[in-house]
Design a protein around this ligand. Structure first.
Ligand SMILES: [Zn+2]
Length: 80
C-alpha cells in the first residue's frame, strides 16, 4: 500500500495525508489553499470539503498551506 502513495504524502500517527486543493476556478489574485486530505477521503483535516459536484484537484501539492490543517498536523505529530 505504501508504494502507491504520492511521494509527497505526509504520515502522522498512522494516518496518511496529501496536500490537495479544491478543483474549479482559481482566481489569480489568491493562490490556492492546499489542505491535508486523506486519500479517497472527502473531508480534509480541518473538516473542509469541496462543494457538491466538485472534488479535490490533482496532482497533490508539495506542501499543505491551510493554516488549520497545519495546526492539526502539528498536533498529530505531538501524539507520537
Ligand atoms: Zn485545511
Amino acid at each position: 500500500m505504501l508504494d502507491s502513495l504520492p511521494r509527497n504524502a505526509v504520515v502522522r500517527a498512522n494516518r496518511v495525508f496529501v496536500a490537495l486543493r479544491k478543483s474549479g476556478h482559481v482566481s489569480n489574485s489568491r493562490s490556492p489553499v492546499f489542505h491535508a486530505v486523506t486519500p479517497f477521503c472527502r473531508m480534509s483535516l480541518c473538516a473542509d470539503e469541496p462543494g457538491p459536484g466538485s472534488g479535490w484537484a490533482e496532482p497533490p501539492g508539495e506542501h499543505v498551506t491551510c493554516a488549520a490543517c497545519i495546526r492539526r498536523l502539528a498536533r498529530l505529530r505531538l501524539q507520537r
